[in-house]
Design a protein around this ligand. Sequence first.
Ligand SMILES: C[S@@+](CC[C@H](N)C(=O)[O-])C[C@H]1O[C@@H](n2cnc3c(N)ncnc32)[C@H](O)[C@@H]1O
Length: 745
Amino acid sequence: MDDFLKYRTYFAVGGLEKVLLEKRKHLLDAKATKGKPILANTSGNDLVSCFMEHHLDSGTRSVLCQYSFETTPYEPCLKPVNELRKIEICQLRSSTHHRGSFLVLRLISPVDETRSLLAVAEDEDERAILIQIFNPAEALANRQIEMFSPIAIKEPLVQLVAWGEMGIRVDHPSDLICLSRYDENLPLVWKRGKPGRNNKLIDKWKSEGNKLYKAGQYVHSIDCYSKALEMASSRSESQTLRFNRAQAFHKLGKLDAVVLELENISAEMGPYEDALYRKSRALYDLGRFRESSDLVAFCCKKYPNNARTRKLLRDSINRCVEERSGRYLFKEMQDNVDKGIPRLEHATYIGNVEVRKTKSCGRGLFTTAKVKAGDLLLCEKAFGYIHSLQDAHGNNIYSHGYWIGLDYARALPTARMELALQVIRELGCRPSSIAQLMDLHAGPYKSAVSLSQGRGERPIIDSFFLHKIVSLNMLVSHVSTRNVQMRRSESSMHLEDESEFAEAHRGPCGLWRLASYVNHSCEFNTQHSFIGDMLILWASKDLPPDMEITIRYRERNNDCSKINYFKDRGFSCTCDICISIASTSDATLAKRARLVKEIRAFFQNPKERNPEQVREKIIALQKTYSKPAIAVPRFSLLEVKFALARIFDKGHLPINAAEVALECFQICGYLISGGKIEEPMAPEPGPILIRRWGMMDFKLVQCWMILSRSYRLKAPSLVAPARKYAKLFYRICVGEDETFSQTFS
Ligand SMILES: C[S@@+](CC[C@H](N)C(=O)[O-])C[C@H]1O[C@@H](n2cnc3c(N)ncnc32)[C@H](O)[C@@H]1O
């Protein structure tokens, strides 16, 4: 029992423990009734009233607590409906998976979409049951499910759902089929009469399709066009129907289907120009920019006066340039993000990197050629991206939520679940991407579904597998790394606790397919940053060919604690920094932490600053490190020295400021020649050069700026090289250098 409530920190809401224990009791009761028939005497009306009471009586959903019962992962149904046996609600058994059969139901309540999709449904005999559909992204996006919608559920799983009732739980999107009102599996009483029965049948199906299309019922309009297509006898007839169907697919965002439908566009297709445009647009939205620009160029030649086609041509050409050269209008991207447009329309650029096997971390991303610090390795558009966890009305999306199992209650990982939902929806629209996505790291989880299995109907996605992929590969991002770094550097004047800062600014998250192959190291050699939903990866060191590149999954804010375990990802970091910290005694680490705290306090109270005491404490801090900085960078010392350099800089002490700024580079493992200010200074001081690259940090951009200010007074010939390095470091840290002058004007 103690274990069940072990995550007590989450139980801030009054009375929550009691509710969670009550839910657990439901689970225990359900276990006892396993295999028994579920329906004693539930009437549709009773169930709908109960449902309304529990779920639709409040306008304050955002503060409601959501509970869901945990289930053991199970496989999606791999068979098409026509290979399954139809059953009725009265045949369902408690806590049982009804393999080999399917149910036909229709909804008799409104749909609660708070997190999963919840509704009451009835069968042909008017027996009612609750259904809870997890991962309903596609059905919701396509508005396929609403009151009175007929549905089929393949291999129904009966389990506890909603507030603790026995009901049907659907986890895999492909186990739910939204039926058309003409479907042969529908009971007669629910069927809408088939259109006409004369030789003009094809026209009737077509006009019914058009009617449904106009009413926004795109899924059902597709069914009607498909029926008409089966009867089409001439090429032009089928071309027109295909175009209509493509339009409906377009409305549903089914990009793959649009391209497939318009595979062979011919001039006889009624709206030829429109068909060409739609196909080009779908190719563009799929990221197939070369094909899109070829087709739209052809269209522009034929119809030169169409403004929308000309715009698409310009956009496609720009995307092709980005894809080929890695040249982006970064300033424009930052401006768009600042205007509140985090989803950017850009192509992915892949530099000199490829996926290969590593010795001990599965696959990784490797350089394919020699790379210099500041070379662009990847600029990738997110496959899925959650920017805000608020709904259209500004309410937080289920701010409290719990998964309840027999042995535990745990908080819902909100952002991750939203991201997985979005990825599932995206895959529904572009099944051509399933294979690539399902190739990503899923830990020990094995799925029985082989990629896009599924005969005839929709592709099958194992949603448990996909959730695993999302949780192991997603990255927590910033809407703009530049803005975060700038805010952070403003506050670090007072040596704010960086870990608290990072927590407070924890922003959006996303899934970047190629970046998902990059492994972690606290001694990373590439730096990733974000502009909206674009992930930008620059080399932060000079790298030889065939070198594995690494990023830092989460920032290491200090070297005072031994934590190197990535619990959410299931591995421990074994880089030199982590090994060095692990081999430092607890007493030394505690001393280091205490000294950092004391030095911070000194810096925060300028009046009480006693330079001699600060100096002694910094020397003591230095002594807590045993390995040379060139081998293992020193995080805490960097923080302290950087603050000191800023104090000297602000206090117009250029020689001291430059000296400490140069030390910051040493602390991070850099070897720099030249750049020292000496009194008297040589009239022609030698050049300043990085001989060896160390750990990248945004503080170092500022160190270069401090150096350039110091040089202005004491060694003017070094100002330009220092600013050049500042710009290069800025590019690596924030993702671009086009905003450098504006930032440091
Ligand atoms: C985003 S994936 C990286 C690509 C992955 N190695 C693959 O084979 O597809 C993250 C997973 O890689 C492994 N990984 C990443 N960095 C690691 C490291 N420094 N040490 C051990 N395993 C690591 C962990 O299994 C982690 O959950």
